[in-house]
Ligand binder design. Structure first.
Ligand code: 6GU
Length: 243
């Protein structure tokens, strides 16, 4: 799978693309990440990528032409599959686990990273989808593009090792993760739950499932409506709620 990132700050991606699991996937040739400087498609001596807003007001607005030209140049390749173009914006649909999984089957994704106070509305017309990564405003699309690329890559076969991929339960069944512990058994009086050292795998599995339900109820109760629970587990939720 290949990611192309259009940005005014290609250096932003140097570390994240080299390190850790994504770095390993790139080194192994499972994913490919190419960054492109939008400025390289800006016309004129000054290579301007932004301009004053029509109608006045503060700040500058990113221009449409450099991005349009960049996309044209990137799509001119002889590839069979058309790339999917994603525009990270705070006004986009919330980006979810399900979208990450779905996008992982694309051969190629292009991210357009906007900066400054805004971008020309016509840039939206160049994208197939707009996504937001949460209800807060970031200074640009670079961090959201990295977050989405990371979430998508986890679903690309071979990116995660075996023990890691088996771990994928977390959002697929709509419950949060259970608590994890490793040595020491006692850290300043905070003990590892007894059940985890019992060696009883049946009890451990039950405890973990229950912990996931309790945790989801406490922290993200809105997730429970869509979670995959047995009738018995639904009754447990009602009991925990005090009903
Ligand atoms: Cl996708 N872009 C920006 N600039 N801010 C955000 C965002 C995206 N998602 C949440 N905040």
């Amino acid at each position: 799978m290949r990611f192309d990132i259009l940005t005014l700050f290609p250096g932003f991606f140097d570390g994240p693309v080299r390190e850790s699991i994504i770095g390993r996937a790139v080194a192994n040739g499972i994913i490919e990440v190419k960054t492109w400087n939008i400025r390289d498609w800006a016309p004129g001596k000054h290579k301007t990528t932004d301009d004053a807003p029509y109608g006045g007001g503060p700040g500058m607005v990113m221009k449409v032409e450099p991005i349009a030209l960049a996309l044209e140049a990137l799509s001119n390749a002889t590839d069979a599959a058309r790339p999917v173009v994603i525009l990270p914006t705070p006004q986009g649909k919330p980006f979810t686990h399900a979208q990450a999984q779905q996008l992982a089957s694309c051969e190629r994704i292009i991210f357009i990273c906007g900066r400054y106070e805004g971008f020309d509305e016509r840039i939206r017309g160049l994208a197939d989808a707009e996504y937001s990564i949460g209800d807060y405003v970031l200074t640009g699309g670079e961090i959201p593009a990295l977050a989405m690329m990371d979430a998508v890559s986890r679903f690309v076969p071979g990116v995660l090792g075996e023990p890691e991929s088996a771990h994928d339960e977390s959002f697929t069944d709509g419950l949060l993760e259970y608590p994890h512990y490793t040595r020491p058994e006692d850290y300043k009086g905070m003990r590892v739950p007894e059940v985890l050292i019992s060696g009883n795998h049946g009890r451990i599995a039950l405890w973990r499932r229950e912990q996931r339900i309790i945790r989801t109820l406490e922290r993200r109760p809105e997730l429970l409506a869509a979670a995959e629970l047995t009738p018995e587990e639904r009754r447990l939720v009602e009991r925990l709620k005090g009903n």
